[in-house]
Design a protein. Structure first.
Lengths: 112, 114
């Protein structure tokens, strides 16, 4: 597609439920990032995939968070046993070379 | 460890005023630096980037930024802001290799009064 596509665009879930957020990167981009944007918190790095290398998971806030990237393309971010503090916008970005990355419109997650 | 600091959290200007948003970084190696902008209700977009060469880089919509290595800074400037520049601005740091994560600052909210 023309840009990074994320789904769902909005998700309301009950505390304790698991959620999956999907990202379709720009075709041909080898790098894929997940960030979290909370009110007043800026952009928090979560995880980074680059080609076939092991992902950089250093930003995942707890073991309830995990992500995978299948076939070097689509990525899924999974949050297990959601908590209210997980409410945020989850942003996916992809890039090719030189660190320039392009963002999707985000998935707004609300945990009630 | 890499880090980025944006000291101005909320800036309010009148139209035609000059703008300078501060960005300081911490990293021991060669850096790539970026400014991204997020207009209300829109996704993040690249404003400009510095990889190497001329430390004064020009971006879209009349924005420019200057990389000052001795000060570990990459401040964003615009000589005359418009109401349409109202947005949130993020400075970001990447390492010089083509792999590796981008670290973002906390963001600066710019409000331009007509």
């Amino acid at each position: 597609g023309a840009g990074v596509s994320q789904s769902p665009s909005n998700k309301v879930t009950e505390k304790g439920k698991d959620v999956e957020l999907r990202c379709d990167p720009i075709s041909g981009h080898t790098a894929l990032y997940w960030y979290r944007q909370s009110l007043g918190q800026g952009l928090e790095f979560l995880i980074y995939f680059q080609g076939n290398s092991a992902p950089d998971k250093s930003g995942l806030p707890s073991d309830r968070f995990s992500a995978e990237r299948t076939g070097g393309s689509v990525s899924t971010l999974t949050i297990q046993r959601t908590q209210q503090e997980d409410s945020a916008v989850y942003l996916c970005a992809s890039g090719s070379s030189g660190n320039t990355i392009y963002f999707g419109e985000g998935s707004w997650l609300t945990v009630v | 460890a890499q880090s980025v600091s944006q000291h101005n959290h909320h800036v309010i200007l009148s139209e035609a005023a000059s703008l300078e948003l501060g960005c300081n970084y911490s990293y021991g190696g060669t850096v790539n630096l970026f400014w991204y902008v997020q207009y209300p209700g829109q996704h993040l977009q690249l404003l400009l980037k510095y990889f190497s060469g001329d430390p004064l880089v020009k971006g879209i919509k009349g924005f420019e930024a200057e990389f000052i290595k001795s000060k570990f800074s990459f401040n964003l400037r615009k000589p005359s802001v418009q109401w349409s520049d109202t947005a949130e601005y993020f400075c970001a740091l990447g390492g010089s290799s083509n792999t590796g994560k981008l670290i973002f600052g906390q963001g600066t909210t710019l409000q331009v009064k007509p």
